[in-house]
Design a protein. Structure first.
Length: 382
């Protein structure tokens, strides 16, 4: 194996392929990065067995070959290399990777590629294509309520629901729920995917290095217990979580007895101030809608810290109502809303509250977001 590639390209390959590789593991094979030199490209792969990333870029390949080298050591080496060309070659007599850049030469211990875990390949499943920006937005909204909980794996998962004409992503910890949906032609299928994997995929630099076009297409394919993700230079897989996901459609109210449209910025500021004086134990915040005064009032307080009250101008429709919710879920939802105004929908003191952005004319391919917060029991007089 002998190849030459710009240092910045090698750095991108190593950084991308190393994402799934664990810092510590009892299995040495998954701490390594597989390097494959093909006819005109170099491919780097990394996996922790549950998910994996394979990244490739063009390179000047004089001799093809493959090997596995420590991902951490290779990353540390590449980070210190000067700009310019770097050559990678295999010393078969010692099974070592020789890294040359300028006057620097390093020899890194390597093992044969046969020691690397087998990479699963799709065999014809449900496949859809969408813009990379749409995928990122679906994940940004849809994975909002996922939390890590080893005892409840579905809390840390995101449901991908293909409904024929829509792609929906949902996450919930059963106290709050987030849903993102976008219109597109799909088959009808469901998959439960680890939310942290989707978030890592969304953070990947998917752009082709020679273009500034942010509308690169990506594809998702569901097949044989895996989700496969593909872009121009990246392909990934992740194992699906087995089980039945929550019936999220039943949690989202279809109608409301009261609604309020309020400034997103003003509401976020008031909720932040409520979080300062709210009880550390229950984090409760009271929201009051008043149709006559056209206000949305926030109250919070605790015996240890004090109390606050703030009335915000709002477009209130329906009956007067008040509800207790945890401020962190309100702030979590508002942090993902980019519209000037936000709609709060309520159907009663002990029913779910819905938060949605207010858009005058939603774009046809726009991602639509919905956040649902479960109410708390009424708390005292604040």
């Amino acid at each position: 194996m002998y190849l030459s590639i710009p240092t910045h390209d090698l750095a991108w390959l190593v950084q991308t392929a190393s994402r799934p590789i664990p810092a510590r593991s009892t299995l040495p094979a998954i701490q390594g990065c597989l390097i494959e030199a093909l006819s005109d490209r170099v491919v780097l792969s990394g996996t922790n067995l549950d998910w994996g990333v394979r990244a490739s870029l063009p390179a000047k390949v004089s001799s093809s070959g493959s090997l596995v080298v420590s991902a951490k050591i290779l990353s540390d080496v590449v980070r210190t290399l000067p700009p310019g060309e770097v050559t990678l070659s295999l010393d078969e007599s010692a099974w070592a990777l020789i890294v040359k850049a300028g006057s620097s030469q390093m020899v890194l211990n390597a093992v044969p590629a046969d020691d690397f875990p087998k990479w699963p390949e799709p065999a014809g499943g449900h496949k859809i294509s969408l813009a990379a920006s749409t995928f990122r937005e679906l994940v940004r909204i849809g994975a909002t309520c996922a939390v890590s909980n080893p005892a409840r794996p579905l809390w840390g998962a995101c449901l991908i629901d293909l409904l024929g004409g829509e792609l929906v992503m949902v996450s919930t910890d059963q106290f709050a729920l987030s849903r993102a949906k976008a219109s597109m032609e799909t088959a009808e299928a469901r998959a439960i995917v680890p939310a942290n994997v989707l978030q890592d995929l969304a953070r990947l630099n998917l752009k082709d290095k020679d273009t500034e076009d942010d509308e690169e297409q990506v594809s998702l394919e569901l097949c044989d217990g895996y989700l496969y993700f593909t872009s121009n230079n990246i392909s990934c897989f992740t194992r699906l979580i087995e089980g039945q996901y929550y019936a999220y459609e039943q949690v989202i109210p279809k109608t409301f007895s009261s609604t309020a449209k309020v400034s997103t910025e003003a509401m976020a500021g008031a909720a932040s101030r409520a979080s300062i004086v709210a009880s550390e134990e229950d984090r409760a915040m009271r929201i009051i809608l008043d149709n006559k005064s056209q206000t949305l009032t926030i109250r919070a307080g605790s015996a240890e810290k004090g109390k606050m009250e703030e009335a915000l101008p709002a477009q209130v429709e329906g009956e007067d109502i008040e509800i207790w919710v945890q401020h962190r879920y309100v702030l979590q939802a508002l942090s993902k809303i980019d519209s000037e105004d936000t709609m709060f929908g309520m159907t009663g003191q002990v029913s779910q509250m819905v938060i949605e952005p207010v858009h005058d004319e939603p774009a046809g391919g726009a991602v639509k977001s919905t956040f649902v917060i479960m109410p708390m029991s009424p708390k005292g007089a604040f």
